[in-house]
Design a protein around this ligand. Structure first.
Ligand code: FAD
Length: 427
């Protein structure tokens, strides 16, 4: 997404550009695949939304008529209750004792914060408690976050929450507790999705007309600055250029350069990331009218989220059929990483059966995709490590953009914004 967008914007400014992509197809995390009439996003379920008006217009513009708009109907599975998302906007659905725990602790925390009695949070766990109070923290936020990040919240940094998730307005939380409808994260309450082709259609639409500027099957292995030019090679072919922008994971980039100081190598090695397994199921029959569902409780299966892509577009499953996509985060060497595709599928079908969404005989198609670099994990060493890395690459004249070269929690809109800002800096 980032590389293709940059290529498009720079070419519009008259630059000669070349995108070097290791895989046989462009798209990275935004790829999709269609098998037996079911289309799934292979890097986890994607939707198009943004607070950034210019970026949103860009995404809508390139897709043209290949875009469907939906209202978000997202839930959280709490015990066996479907709670409206975000959790603080769905409190009325909780059992009374849990509801009291959440609202009482939220208000106590709110009052303390208003009096200035809450010290600045030192880590993500403290931030959760300081923002939502103990009830919402213990019943939902901590279990959900520890499941998706596969890492203890007290070892994560809180800096990335600034501006991303504000404290919910106290009036809204009280209203939601007594059953008056409220909405949270409103920039996402209406979203869109390609009618045909899954999220990959967004990348291919951006790439439209750029075909001659894209080399696929070109895994960059070395980057050398020689005689005033960059030479970028996959081991057999060498491309030369005036400038290099990296949108590949930093962990790959450092292996392409010689004589990197140990301090920088160590900083890159210390960066944490998560991988994701995407379990795709095509089923006969219908699915509930839910966009996607968060599953915080580890006892309700390994997936942190299941999505229902056939509720985003009616063209991604054959008639009378529906698609379900489960996401399980993991790290190399852990128990999930050792599970075979078959084990992941069996586990997911069983958990979805226990939740009452499907019966095993409905499943007519299954597939698994794994993405090694899926999520940036902001651990406590992150800010110092990324500072060292960015200073170094700046000094070498290599620009870092996109999710895994900036090494930031960037959604597609953030990647496109990155590309827009980067292109602005070019004459
Ligand atoms: C589970 C999940 C759900 C998401 N949902 C959403 C959503 O709903 N909405 C949203 O806006 N965003 C979502 N995102 C985020 C979105 O996927 C990313 O923001 C976006 O895809 C990142 O694009 P990128 O180009 O920066 O990186 P990537 O997609 O990682 O692309 C990097 C590219 O570099 C290539 N590469 C790697 N090494 C080399 C090498 N040595 N040589 C050449 N090429 C190389 C890779 O093959 C890849 O194509 C989601 C992400 C995940 C993981």
């Amino acid at each position: 997404m980032t590389g293709i967008t940059l290529a498009r914007l720079l070419r519009e400014k008259g630059h000669e550009v070349l995108v070097l992509e290791a895989e046989s197809r462009i798209g990275g995390l935004c790829r999709s695949r269609t098998d037996h009439g079911f289309t799934f996003d292979t890097g986890g379920s994607h939707i198009i939304f943004s607070r950034d008006k210019e970026v949103l217009e860009f995404m809508h513009g390139v897709l043209g008529s290949n875009r469907d708009t939906r209202s978000r109907n997202t839930k959280i599975l709490y015990r066996n209750i479907l709670v409206k998302y975000p959790f603080e906007n769905g409190l009325a659905a909780l059992p009374k004792e849990d509801l009291y725990f959440c609202i009482n602790e939220f208000i106590r925390t709110y009052v303390k914060a208003e009096k200035g009695e809450i010290p600045p949070p030192k880590n993500f766990r403290e931030w959760i408690f300081a923002t939502f109070g103990r009830g919402i923290a213990e019943l939902y936020m901590i279990p959900y976050n520890e499941k998706i990040w596969n890492y203890p919240a007290h070892l994560m940094s809180a800096h990335w929450m600034e501006g991303r998730v504000p404290r919910p307005p106290v009036e809204d939380v009280i209203k939601s507790a007594i059953g008056i409808e409220t909405e949270g994260y409103t920039h996402q309450s209406i979203f869109s999705y390609p009618v045909e082709g899954g999220i990959e259609a967004l990348v291919t639409s951006i790439a439209d007309g750029l075909e001659d500027a894209i080399f696929t099957g070109f895994p960059v292995r070395s980057i050398v600055f020689r005689d005033g030019h960059w030479e970028v090679s996959d081991g057999t072919r060498t491309i030369s250029g005036d400038r290099v922008i990296s949108t590949i994971p930093l962990q790959h980039l450092v292996t392409c350069l010689h004589d990197i100081p140990d301090e920088v190598k160590n900083a890159v090695q210390a960066l944490r990331y998560n991988s994701v397994a995407c379990i795709q199921m095509g089923i006969r029959g219908i699915v509930p009218d839910i966009s996607w569902l968060y599953i915080p409780d580890p006892n309700q299966g390994l997936a942190n989220r299941i999505s229902f892509p056939s509720n985003f577009s009616s063209h991604v499953a054959p008639g009378n059929h529906a698609g379900i996509l489960a996401e399980i985060t993991y790290n190399e060497g852990d128990a999930v990483s050792r599970m075979t595709d078959e084990e992941l599928i069996n586990h997911t079908v069983r958990s979805l059966g226990e939740m009452g969404f499907i019966t095993p005989d409905q499943v007519v198609h299954t597939a698994v995709d794994r993405q090694k670099f899926a999520y940036v994990v902001y651990d406590l060493g992150y800010l110092e490590n990324i500072r060292i890395i960015r200073e170094y690459f700046k000094s070498r004249g290599i620009t870092l953009e996109g999710r895994f070269s900036r090494f930031e929690y960037l959604n597609m809109d953030g990647c496109i914004r990155n590309a827009m800002e980067c292109a602005k800096g070019w004459e």
